[in-house]
Design a protein around this ligand. Structure first.
Ligand SMILES: CC(C)(COP(=O)(O)OP(=O)(O)OC[C@H]1O[C@@H](n2cnc3c(N)ncnc32)[C@H](O)[C@@H]1OP(=O)(O)O)[C@@H](O)C(=O)NCCC(=O)NCCS
Length: 184
C-alpha cells in the first residue's frame, strides 16, 4: 500500500471552489470556474486530476492539473501546487501522472507553454525531460509576456514508470523526514 500522504484522484465539479482558491493565489491570469467546469464536463479530450491529502487538517487539495490529448501530443494546459505546499515534489508527482495518462491515451510526446519568467515551472519541466522548442512572442494577454514552448519528445511507458517509482521513493523519504503527518 502506498505510504504517500495523499491520493491521486479525478477532479470533480465539487472540487472547483477549492481549485479556484488555489488558482487565485498562484496565477496572475487565472482561469474561471466556468472554464474548469467545461473542461471536466464537456471536453472529451481533457483529463483533470487532484492530489488529496489523507490528513484532514491539510488543505483539501494539494495540487491539480490536466492533460489534453491532441493527436499524438499530450498537452499540459495547467498544473499548480497549493502555494503553502510547493517545493515538495508534488508538482513532479502529478506531472508524471499526467504524462502517463497521455501515454495511456496513445500520445507519443508532450507539449506545453510556460511564461518566460516562470522559472520554478521551467525547472519542473526540465527535470522531467522537457526541452525548449520555441518562443511564442507576446503570447500572454495580461502583460504581453512571451511563452516558452516546451516539448518532451518521448513518452515511453517504462521510462515514465521508472521516473515515477524514483519520485515516489523520494517523496516518501521527504515526507517522512520533514513533512510527515499521520492521520490523527
Ligand atoms: C510549477 C509548480 C506547479 C511546481 O510545483 P511543485 O509542487 O513546487 O513542484 P516540485 O516540488 O516538484 O518542484 C519543481 C522545481 O521547482 C522548484 N520550486 C518549487 N517552488 C518554487 C518556488 N516558489 N521558487 C523557486 N523554485 C521553486 C523546486 O525547487 C524544484 O526545482 P528542483 O528540481 O531544482 O529542486 C508550482 O511552483 C506552482 O504551482 N506554481 C504556480 C502555478 C504555475 O506556475 N504553474 C505552471 C504553469 S505553466
Amino acid at each position: 500500500m502506498s505510504e504517500l500522504p495523499f491520493i491521486l484522484d479525478e477532479m470533480t465539479v465539487e472540487d472547483i471552489p477549492e481549485v479556484m482558491r488555489i488558482e487565485r493565489r498562484v496565477f496572475s491570469a487565472m482561469w474561471t470556474s466556468g472554464i474548469y467546469r467545461r473542461e471536466i464536463t464537456a471536453n472529451p479530450w481533457s483529463h483533470y486530476y487532484v492530489l488529496r491529502p489523507k490528513h484532514p487538517a491539510l488543505p483539501p487539495i494539494l495540487a491539480y492539473g490536466g492533460v489534453w490529448r491532441m493527436d499524438e501530443s499530450a498537452h499540459i494546459p495547467t498544473i499548480a501546487t497549493h502555494p503553502d505546499w510547493q517545493g515538495r515534489r508534488l508538482g513532479s508527482y502529478l506531472l508524471l501522472h499526467l504524462l502517463l495518462k497521455g501515454e495511456a491515451l496513445g500520445c507519443t510526446e508532450a507539449t506545453l507553454e510556460v511564461r518566460a519568467s516562470n522559472y520554478p515551472a521551467q525547472k519542473l519541466y526540465l527535470r522531467h525531460g522537457f526541452e525548449v522548442a520555441g518562443i511564442r512572442y507576446h503570447y500572454y494577454n495580461d502583460n504581453g509576456e512571451d511563452a516558452v514552448i516546451m516539448t518532451r519528445p518521448t513518452l515511453a511507458r517504462t521510462a515514465l514508470l521508472a521516473e515515477l517509482a524514483a519520485m515516489e521513493a523520494d517523496l516518501q523519504e521527504r515526507w517522512r523526514r520533514y513533512y510527515f503527518s499521520s492521520p490523527a
